[in-house]
Design a binder for this molecule. Structure first.
Ligand code: URA
Length: 235
């Protein structure tokens, strides 16, 4: 089995190199440079994500599979300190197979790039970004309970593998699902730290909400500042 995993890993690695040669930079995971001293790059987390992705396969576990073009697994550093979790892919994400690449994604990227720890500015590639459900709900409706139930194991495994120091949930669905608190309100929760499996969770507004309500952007910026403060050990 280990041998087969190594083969799969090598195949994915080759595919990654072909993609990069074609100018496709963003893969749903970051493959480490293997060296003698660090055989797994980021402690085997990249390989674990690859294994999880192959376990998901051509998923038909829920009805969202019928209308999707691509499964949007997630992307970023397997050893990210900070993880952002959204609700589910929209149209652009479904087409590209990558999370937060549409208009809301552009706003999220802007937020990430404004964030810094000490004098180091964050880049989108420093964090990990994923969603609660991996397939686009039709007409961008909220994912339904059975769809979330079929998919939630995957985001839980992604968190377990990445072990981020902090999670930012984007919007109501990600917050309620992760904390298993269907009654919690985003307006009351945002700006306050919660916990998931020992990891601090900062809920904030979904970027799509902020596009509709730009006057609330400063609230999300203040939530981001709390995250930066805690990651820098100042809070
Ligand atoms: N909204 C989400 O919740 N996730 C995405 O990936 C894009 C838009």
């Amino acid at each position: 089995m280990e041998e087969r995993e190594a083969e799969i890993y090598a195949e994915l690695r080759d595919a990654g190199e072909v993609c990069r040669a074609l100018g496709i930079e963003a893969l749903p995971f970051r493959l480490p440079e293997r060296t003698e001293s660090s055989p797994g790059g980021s402690g085997g987390r990249d390989e674990a994500l690859v294994r999880l992705r192959s376990e998901i396969g051509d998923c038909r576990r829920c009805k969202l599979s019928a209308g999707r073009r691509n499964i949007v697994f997630g992307e970023g550093r397997a050893d990210a300190r900070l993880m952002f979790i959204g609700e589910g892919p929209g149209k652009d994400e479904d087409i590209q197979g990558r999370p937060f690449v549409g208009e809301a994604g552009a706003l999220l990227t802007k937020l990430i790039e404004k964030m810094h720890f000490g004098d180091k500015n964050l880049m989108r590639t420093d964090v990990y970004i994923a969603n609660i459900v991996k397939c686009r709900p039709p007409m961008n409706r909220d994912p339904e309970e059975d769809e979330i139930a079929s998919c939630r194991g995957f985001i839980e495994r992604q968190i377990e593998i990445i072990r981020p120091e902090m999670i930012v949930t984007l919007g109501r669905i990600a917050l309620q699902t992760l904390l298993r608190r269907p009654d919690i309100r985003i307006t009351a929760a945002r700006g306050n730290f919660f916990e998931y499996e020992g990891i601090p969770v900062m809920p904030t507004f979904h970027p799509a909400y902020l596009l509709r309500n730009p006057k609330d952007k400063w609230l999300t910026w203040s939530d981001a500042q709390k995250v930066m403060g805690r990651l820098a050990g100042h809070e």
